[in-house]
Design a protein around this ligand. Structure first.
Ligand SMILES: [Fe+2]
Ligand SMILES: [Fe+2]
Length: 466
């Protein structure tokens, strides 16, 4: 288990800053400058901006609102609370979908920004936003105006599945799962024997292969289609179950439920699932229905574990009874559903979609830590981060000696000091391994991991893990 748990790590939620800006804007419209309500709110916003800038020295703060969720530096901070969604909606109504604040921003600029935000609604002008901000002396803030949302998004085409799958059991699981999904999508019934076989492959082989785990845990540079996501989520769920010492029967049940948690997506039109832009209300409702549709499909199949339809139904519900579908009474989801949720969120964040660059493992762990206690079960998040560590197998990292390496082994007693294979100038693997947990004569670590890197283009991860 990790000693420094992810709970201790600072994670900045962009919402208070956005909320502050939205409130300040309203106060500016209601009261004269210098009014105590404005001064107080301005203090709050200024404080929030400074905190963010402290975490991103040099780069400034980048907040985007995509799909009704705030994204900080590209990472989604999902919102379940209606009030939070309203705040984000208000910004979107102003035509603002991204806010970039550079270091050096002054309190006066923030006040001028709130005046500007008030006036664009009351008296919109034809001037470009940049020119309007500059005209008010705002030099450290840029606003992204939402024109046609769907066309604005980079809709990157990723390959439809992982290339270079070195582990044969993982390759076979992906293949069988794709066939299972195709069968169900075509209206044929689910092959229970096939599902059992995949579970067995995952339990016995995939979870024990570092080549496979590396591909699942690392940044995934391919369109994360549901069959692939399902195999990955099941593997990650197994890691959590193992970390918690679940017995064989419980472990197998978790794997089956995780494999089929999104089976309801076979009933959702592919163009909605792959839509590169914002979902409208109808599409969102349709998408959310994959939970009830999935449970409906699974409940009809004899011989599945009783947990399987329950997890399909509940995996988007939080531990406090938020999320969807609304089951009334704020019912707390089953522990198995809570477990699969942790794996599901990590997997989705580190996977690429037409509308999403994949996030880094370390960032995904930090987001899980932030969601612990409110949406996710804290003990399960700890078990997950403990099992994979902050720098999981397959992560590309930079060390304090300015070396680039691929994590080839992790140790639960040294979660921040994995074993690396170093990357050479031609992205080749240098001979030997570097154990970052080695200390010098005085007891200090010889190296630290400084940061996780996006895998350089052309790096063949599998060459480092065989
Ligand atoms: Fe789902
Ligand atoms: Fe999922």
């Amino acid at each position: 288990m990790t000693t420094a748990t992810a709970d201790d790590l600072p994670v900045l939620d962009p919402l208070p800053l956005l909320k502050g800006l939205v409130s300040l804007r309203k106060l500016t419209g209601m009261y004269p400058p210098g009014h105590p309500a404005i001064v107080q709110k301005l203090d709050e916003v200024d404080g929030a901006v400074r905190r963010h800038l402290l975490h991103a020295p040099g780069d400034g703060v980048d907040i985007d609102v995509i799909h009704g969720d705030a994204h900080l530096d590209g990472l989604a901070f999902r919102r379940d609370a209606e009030a939070d969604r309203r705040i984000l909606g208000e910004l979107a109504e102003l035509g603002i979908d991204s806010v970039h604040i550079d270091a050096g921003v002054t309190r006066e600029e923030l006040f001028a920004l709130s005046e500007f935000l008030w006036q664009i609604r009351e008296s919109p002008s034809d001037r470009s936003t940049d020119a309007a901000l500059a005209g008010r002396g705002i030099r450290h803030v840029r606003l992204g105006k939402l024109v046609a949302l769907d066309t604005r998004w980079r809709s990157q085409r990723w390959a439809d599945g992982p290339a270079d799958v070195a582990d044969p059991a993982y390759a076979e699981s992906l293949d069988l799962m794709q066939r299972t999904f195709d069968d169900v999508a075509a209206g044929r019934s689910l092959e229970r024997v096939m599902v059992r076989h995949i579970v067995e492959l995952l339990v016995r082989k995939v979870t024990r292969s570092s080549a496979a785990l590396a591909q699942i845990l690392a940044v995934k540079l391919y369109e994360n289609l549901t069959y692939c996501h399902s195999v990955n989520v099941a593997t990650l769920s197994l890691l959590i179950a193992r970390q918690l010492g679940f017995d064989e029967a419980a472990t197998n049940a978790i794997a089956e439920a995780a494999l089929l948690h999104d089976i309801g997506k076979t009933r959702i039109p592919l163009d909605v699932i792959r839509k590169p832009g914002a979902l409208d209300r109808r599409e969102r409702r349709l998408m959310e229905a994959h939970t009830t549709l999935g449970a409906g499909i699974l409940i009809e199949i004899d011989g599945l574990d009783t947990l399987t339809p329950i997890v399909a139904l509940e995996h988007h519900r939080g531990v406090k009874g938020t999320g969807y579908p609304d089951l009334g009474d704020g019912a707390v989801p089953h522990l198995a559903s809570q477990l699969v949720s942790v794996a599901d969120i990590y997997e989705a964040m580190t996977g690429a979609r037409t509308y999403q660059e994949p996030g880094l493992p370390e960032q995904a762990c930090l987001v899980l830590a932030r969601l612990a206690g409110t949406k996710l079960n804290t003990a399960l998040v700890k078990a997950f981060v403990g099992a994979i560590t902050l720098f999981p197998v397959g992560s590309v990292v930079r060390t304090s000696r300015d070396e680039t390496g691929v994590v080839v082994r992790t140790r639960s007693d040294e979660p921040l000091h994995p074993v690396l294979a170093l990357v050479g100038p031609d992205l080749d693997r240098l001979p030997g391994e570097v154990d970052t947990s080695v200390r010098d004569g005085a007891g200090a670590y010889q190296r630290h991991i400084v940061e996780t890197l996006r895998p350089p283009e052309g790096l063949r991860l599998q060459a480092f893990l065989s």
